[in-house]
Write a protein that binds this ligand. Structure first.
Ligand code: NAI
Length: 710
């Protein structure tokens, strides 16, 4: 049974969504026709005075089934789907009978569009429920009339933030915003819905926009205010997205054009835009990585089988600096006891103060009580004594990036913790298998690479050393999940996956500079491609000094095998000759005045003279983005990465690789392997072997293989 239909003695029909074999009610190939049948049945039955639409599951309806949408690949198929959806919604609102949506729980996307088509929306007072139209976050727009009905219901200005930002609200806030008409206690929901139908329903059975003389609340789109809203909105979007994300612009189109005509014509505008988005690359890429990839990683889809789930009560953290303090916060947040160890009492206390500061902010914002903060603070014990680590289920090391210091603290901690406890290193550059040599139990030694700032960054790169056991890996994944982070698992390698690929983006920026490309062109092109920061600004953030140090260390480790490049020259010149170490010291590629905005350093033109001919923005964008995909493919070929989706999840969450491309592998996939290989061959001829496509890509291209079934 998908949809239950009942009529009571008072002539009230109740249509209950009760989908089986799926966790939540969704609009799909089974439920849409079944729901449409129930609507028709109610309409045809003269005994029915009004209809309640509700759900027997904890949620009302979670939206459209995205698996089904991904499966529709052609324009005609998508047009059929959306036409059916539109007919269903129109069927509800023009049935001549009043419909009320009794929203018992979360109501999102297509689910909320069903509610919008009803003549009234009553929500249960369930603070955990969320109501809204989140489609834009996946590169889509509400295709069941949402872009037309919401502005007609609450006005264009009020509707736009919900459509453009995908804002979701709990019922009481949704009531204030006008998304629902009433909020009632959960146990009174159905009775209140019925009462409304019997008393007010008949008079409300025609939607305001189907009545003569309907006017958009808050003013028409063509009014001066409406015009201003749209021009400002468009400009803001362009400045933010550089046209990379088509969904927000499509939504503005739907609202602007659709709200100047009748609702049926408006829905046609929406249908056309919807089909364009759903059959385009961006939405597919975003659904694939954001909707499927990240949740699968968070649920530990790749966890080794057969290892019992580990629980964590007490965590040891070595080094209470920037990273250690952040990891301590994440663990205490979920109620773990934390031993925060540093070499001085002061440093350890400072590490704890980091958490206190974050919680104080929350108290000030009234999102936490003082008592709750104090309880959390008692969980963190700052110390300098390794004996305090006794009883820890896991120890995470975040001391200085120095092999000898790391080896020393590994031995001291292992002398205290139980033989089965995990020892994890948060090193950002040192290979895990090498660090594990200091360990008496290398099977329990693993890399947990966090990102800064830990409280905001969701990703943890788990690095498996040569000796790391399956059991240790599974339990480390459980730890990452327990502190509410998303893991990807990689094999040991210099720079692992994230630092290795991310550094190619920065490196390509430096190579362009060495060739005499305008610095502003380099950084603007990075941002226009969708990266959060340009490569030169990023080099300053990371610190040129650190980059130079890591490169020197790598050169020393690899000896003759190390190939110096223009990137080394730029780093050395900036750091050793020009004393420009990066943002921390206020001087890098940019100047960072204490009381002003950063500006490109005026001396750059002399240090790196401009070439007579400059590349186009598109050429620079291509180099900055393709270099990341080539290096990612090398990581796959070398089995540093175990699955393409890990690459995409890690890049999007780890360094803000743009989601519209789907990730570095998504970028290759959506361009097509053969086209990507060809483009890289040309780039390799012009700019060097770093662009040479690895065998894996050549073979896949030759054999017509694909990374994903999209
Ligand atoms: P940091 O310099 O802020 O903190 C290191 C802390 O370790 C200091 O408080 C220091 O007093 C303490 N420490 C040093 N030797 C010690 C010893 N023998 N015993 C106890 N404590 C000792 O450094 P940060 O940035 O927190 O980095 C820590 C580790 O995390 C490094 O391995 C780094 O490569 C890695 N990492 C850093 C990231 C970043 O963005 N800063 C990102 C990911 C990893």
């Amino acid at each position: 049974m998908t949809i239950d239909y009942k009529v009571d003695a008072d002539g009230i029909a109740t249509i209950t969504w009760a989908m089986q074999d799926v966790p939540m009610n969704v609009l799909n190939g089974q439920s849409i026709p079944a729901f449409a049948d129930a609507v028709k049945r109610a309409q045809a039955d003269s005994a029915v005075k009004g209809v309640v639409v509700t759900s027997s599951k904890p949620e009302f309806i979670a939206g459209a089934d995205l698996n089904m949408m991904l499966a529709i690949t052609d324009v005609a198929g998508m047009m059929d789907f959306v036409t059916q959806l539109h007919a269903l919604m129109r069927g509800i609102e023009k049935s001549g009978k009043p419909f009320v949506a009794a929203l018992n729980g979360t109501t999102l996307g297509g689910g909320y569009e069903v509610a919008l088509a009803c003549h009234r929306r009553i929500a249960a007072d369930n603070p955990k429920a969320l109501i809204g139209l989140p489609e834009v976050g996946l590169g889509l727009l509400p295709g069941g009339g949402g872009t037309q009905r919401l502005p007609r219901m609450i006005g264009v200005r009020n509707a736009l933030p919900f459509l453009l930002e995908g804002k979701k609200l709990a019922p009481k806030k949704a009531l204030e915003a006008g998304l629902v008409d009433e909020v009632v206690p959960a146990d009174q929901l159905l009775a209140r819905a019925k009462q409304w139908l019997l008393t007010d329903g008949a008079a409300a059975a025609v939607q305001p926009w189907d009545r003569k003389g309907f006017k958009l609340p808050g003013g028409a789109v063509q009014s001066p205010m409406g015009y201003e809203t749209f021009t400002a909105g468009n400009a803001m979007l362009r400045a933010k997205t550089f046209g990379n994300y088509p969904a927000p612009e499509a939504i503005l189109n739907c609202v602007y054009n659709g709200c100047q005509v009748d609702i049926d014509t408006g829905c046609k505008v929406e249908m056309r835009e919807f089909v364009k988005l759903t059959t385009g690359k961006e939405a597919k890429n975003m659904i694939h990585s954001l909707f499927f990839g990240i949740p699968a990683a968070s649920k530990l889809a790749s966890r080794p089988k057969g290892v019992p789930q580990a629980s964590y009560r007490k965590v040891g953290i070595l080094g209470a600096g920037m990273m250690g303090a952040g990891i301590a916060f994440a663990a205490a947040e979920v109620g773990m006891e934390v031993v925060l160890l540093d070499s001085s009492t002061d440093s350890a206390a400072k590490g704890k103060a980091y958490s206190e500061n974050l919680w104080n902010k929350r108290v000030a914002a009234k999102r936490m009580t003082e008592a709750e903060r104090d309880a959390k603070l008692t969980l963190i014990k700052p110390t300098t004594d390794f004996a305090d680590l006794a009883g820890c289920d896991i120890v995470v090391e975040a001391v200085f990036e120095d092999r000898a210091i790391k080896a020393d603290v590994t031995r001291k901690a292992e002398a205290v913790i139980a033989p089965g406890a995990i020892f994890a290193s948060n090193t950002s550059t040192l290979p895990i298998s090498g660090l594990a040599e200091a360990s008496a139990r290398p099977a329990n030694f693993i890399g947990l690479h966090f990102f800064s700032p830990v409280d905001k960054m969701p990703l943890v790169e788990i690095i498996r050393g040569q000796a790391t056991s399956d059991e240790c890996l599974a339990r480390a994944m459980d730890f990452v999940k327990a502190i509410l982070k998303t893991p990807i698992v990689v094999n040991d390698s210099r720079g692992f996956y994230t630092s290795r690929v991310f550094s190619t983006y920065v490196g390509e920026g430096l190579a362009l500079l060495a060739e005499g490309v305008k610095p502003a062109l380099i950084d603007n092109a990075g941002r226009m491609a969708g990266m959060p920061v340009g490569p030169l600004a990023l080099a300053d953030e990371v610190s040129l000094e650190l980059m130079a140090r890591i490169r020197k260390q790598t050169a020393a480790d690899l000896g003759k095998a190390y190939q110096r490049s223009a990137i080394d020259d730029v780093c050395d010149r900036m750091v050793d000759k020009l004393g420009r170490l990066g943002k921390k010291t206020g001087k890098g590629f940019y100047d960072y005045p204490q009381d002003g905005q950063k500006q490109l350093w005026a001396g750059l033109a002399q240090a790196f003279p401009l070439a007579a001919t400059q590349p186009t923005v598109e050429e620079v964008k291509q180099r900055l983005m393709f270099i990341q995909s080539v290096e990612t493919a090398r990581c796959l070929e070398e089995k540093v990465l175990l699955a393409p989706i890990d690459a995409d999840v890690g890049a999007i969450l780890g360094w803000g690789f743009p989601a519209y491309l789907g990730g570095p592998i998504g970028q290759i996939h959506s361009l097509g392997l053969a086209a990507f290989v060809k483009a890289c061959e040309t780039l390799a001829e012009r700019h060097g072997a770093r662009f040479a496509p690895p065998q894996l890509l050549r073979r896949m291209a030759d054999q017509g293989e694909r990374f994903y079934d999209l």
